[in-house]
Design a protein. Sequence first.
Length: 193
Amino acid sequence: MNAETPAKRPGGRSARIQAAVHQAVTELAGERDAAELTIPAVAERAGVNPTTVYRRWGTLQALLAEVAALPGVDVQPPSSGDLRTDLEAYAIRTLADLTRPGGIAFFRAEVSPDIDERRDGLRECLQRATAGLDTVLGASRVRGETPPPLERLLDRIVAPLYFRVVFSMPNTDEAYARALVADLFSERSRPQH
């Protein structure tokens, strides 16, 4: 390394600004309607100049999409040893992620077609949803079970949760998430014609 070139500091000023902006977005999303979020408000909360935010993220949609992709409540817990219990836990975590402050605004930004053209928010969102299910299904197979196909879980658990949360349907709670899994298991136990 050249003596005149300063060493880059991991976690330096740029990382601190990014963390402050991410925290500001998350806090403001919990306090305001998504339509009231602005880059100047985020910058003020984060203690940075708005031009810093514009320079780094460009648009509010791009910033929201980045925050949406951050690891959150979707961290997969260890297998319980029971497929139904693991699917219920997955459904409840998915619901918690969607209903967290700003959850739907983050989701909408992530899948918005007008953010960075090189990103594929829909694919990334689906990959995160299926990664948790793949873990549950993999543990079930290791135990010698024959779990339902991934597509059926997406149709019967994930899609209804997203639909109901996006459209603010009442009674979309943990009991509803558990009922989706119960319906899947009752469907599996019915005789096939």
